[in-house]
Design a protein. Structure first.
Ligand code: ADP
Ligand code: MG
Length: 351
């Protein structure tokens, strides 16, 4: 298995009019057999990085190593793509429409000059693992989205690659089968222990597949951590917002009886002691709750009285906007599993 190391990998696209720094000194180490995720908004440089690792493009500066072997450096392709032993699945899956599933999967084996029997065994084995044995003689148009994706995955895996690259592999699937597709990829990665890099703009992909993840924003790697740490300790507000909605507020620091609060209108948010007079708060919606009760147990702190201003509903949750009783200016959004009436007075809590 292979460890992937990038040293100051930089990619600059130059055209007559402008220069785009797609990757800016990316330094990372992906361990052998690891399932690594890369999260970043559209245009962050994710696909560019995958193409450089695959050998479809070269870095403008910096070096790429597989274990101790230098595979690419400053505009030099040292190991060509066909010698990198990489399996890749793109967002579009890129199946050949005029070939059956079997022939699509067989395609990468053509260069190996193996016997028909050997080829058949490899294809049957991988088809079995992916649950597509019964559709091998179908054409892509005769397959469901989930089956097409599994054919693309089988094609990427049939040569026993040492690195698997998945570029937004789930975004073309129906939302209702995305979870099972993620679980399948996670299971196969775990069984085969292939060094796997999954890039996506969707944190759900990263949370379900990656043991560790890097966050790329504007071509820069800004954080590498376990997904749970990226969630709980995002390094910037921008990173925090890639993972979910935030309530953002400007607070004034007040000390009361030895405790520190960030005060916003009539709301007082308990926070750790800090040496500042003002603070910008970013609060995850799931860490806020409203209730008629005056206490919700030891995990929840009372922030203050609030009035329901707007209430909407989507996919099983009520999105409720509350404001302080005295004015309409400070809006706080909470996600609740039951409805509240506009105008209702409640208590606002934070976890
Ligand atoms: P992502 O996959 O994260 O959405 P990309 O790696 O595709 O981002 O693109 C990163 C940046 O590089 C974008 O600004 C994009 O427009 C630019 N870019 C990508 N490929 C090329 C190219 N071949 N020529 C010029 N600019 C490019
Ligand atoms: Mg992309």
């Amino acid at each position: 298995m292979v460890k992937v190391i990038t040293k100051d990998v930089t990619k600059i696209f130059k055209s007559k009019k402008k220069e785009v720094v797609a990757l800016d000194k990316i330094n990372m180490e992906i361990n052998s057999g690891e399932s690594f995720g890369i999260l970043g908004p559209s245009g962050a440089g994710k696909t560019t990085l995958m193409r450089i690792i695959a050998g479809l493009d070269v870095p403008t500066a910096g070096e790429l190593y597989f274990n101790d072997e230098l595979v690419a450096a400053s505009n030099r392709l040292i190991v060509p793509p066909e010698d990198r032993n990489i399996g890749m699945v793109f967002q579009t899956w890129a199946l050949y429409p005029n070939m059956t599933a079997y022939d699509n999967i067989a395609f990468p084996l053509k260069s190996l000059k193996i016997s028909k029997a050997e080829e058949q065994k490899k294809i049957n084995d991988i088809a079995e693992i992916l649950g597509i044995s019964h559709v091998l003689n179908h054409y892509p148009r005769e397959l469901s989205g989930g089956q097409q994706q599994r054919v693309a995955l089988a094609r990427a895996l049939v040569k026993n690659p040492s690195i698997l690259l998945l570029d937004e592999p789930f975004s073309n699937l129906d939302a209702r089968i995305r979870d099972s597709a993620r679980a399948l990829v996670r299971r196969i990665q775990n069984e085969l222990k292939i060094t796997t890099i999954t890039v996506s703009h969707d944190p759900a992909d990263i949370f379900s597949i990656a043991e560790r993840a890097g966050v790329i924003v504007h071509g820069k790697l800004v954080q590498v951590d376990k997904p749970s740490i990226i969630y709980s300790k995002p390094i910037t507000v921008e990173v925090a917002k890639l993972i979910g909605d935030l309530v953002e507020l400007n607070g004034r620091i007040e000390d009361r009886n030895g405790a520190t609060y960030a005060v916003v209108d009539d709301f007082s948010f308990p926070i750790n002691k800090i040496n500042a007079s003002n603070v910008r708060l970013g609060i995850r919606l799931e860490d806020l709750k409203i209730s008629k009760e005056s206490s919700l147990g030891s995990d929840w702190f009372l922030v203050g009285r609030a009035r329901v201003k707007v209430s909407s509903y989507s996919s099983g949750l009520f999105r409720v906007t509350v404001v302080p009783p005295s004015n309409d200016n400070t809006e706080v959004v909470v996600m609740m599993d039951k409805p509240f009436d506009v105008g209702e007075e409640v208590n606002l809590f934070i976890r």
